[in-house]
Design a binder for this molecule. Structure first.
Ligand code: ZN
Length: 147
C-alpha cells in the first residue's frame, strides 16, 4: 500500500528524488537493486536480524511489484492487446465459477455472471415467479390488438 499520508511522504520525498535522479542515468537495474538492498541492510542494522523483518521486507517488495503491475503494466498490456490483437482465444479464458456469487456452472454472461446474478442485476430477486415487465408488455400488446 504505497498510498501513505502526506506527512509521511514529506520525510521521504527529498531522498527518493535524489535516488530517482541517480537512477535515470544509464542502466537503472543494478543501481535500483543496490538501493533496495542497501535499505534492507539499514533496516537489519536498526531493527536486528529476524525472520519477521525478512518476511516483512520481502512482503513489501512483493506488494510493491504487484501494485506496479496492477496500476501500470496491466493497463499498458491491455492497450497493446487493443493495438496489436490478443493471443488468447476466448476458449482459453474459461471460467468455472460466477465472478459475483461464485456459483459453479458452465454458462456465464460476457461479464462472467451466472443466470441468477444476471437476473438480479436486471432487478429481479430470488422470489420472482413471474417477469412483471414482460407480463405488462403482453397486456399492453393485447390491449392494442383489441382496440
Ligand atoms: Zn452468480
Amino acid at each position: 500500500m504505497p498510498y501513505i499520508q502526506k506527512d509521511d511522504k514529506k520525510d521521504l520525498d527529498k531522498s527518493i528524488k535524489a535516488i530517482a535522479t541517480a537512477l535515470r542515468v544509464g542502466d537503472f537495474r543494478g543501481k535500483l537493486n543496490y538501493s533496495l538492498n542497501s535499505i534492507f541492510v539499514s533496516l537489519i542494522e536498526a531493527k536486528g536480524m529476524s525472520y519477521h523483518l525478512v518476511n516483512d521486507f520481502i512482503g513489501v517488495l512483493e506488494c510493491a511489484k504487484l501494485e506496479a503491475y496492477r496500476r501500470v503494466a496491466a493497463p499498458y498490456e491491455d492497450s497493446k492487446i487493443v493495438a496489436n490483437g490478443d493471443i488468447f482465444h476466448p476458449s482459453h479464458l474459461i471460467i468455472n465459477n460466477c465472478l459475483s456469487c461464485g456459483l459453479q456452472d458452465k454458462t456465464f454472461s460476457v461479464k462472467g455472471l451466472c443466470k441468477v446474478c444476471v437476473l438480479k442485476a436486471a432487478g429481479f430477486d430470488d422470489n420472482t415467479l413471474t417477469i412483471t415487465p414482460y407480463d405488462a408488455d403482453i397486456e399492453d400488446l393485447s390491449k392494442n390488438k383489441s382496440a
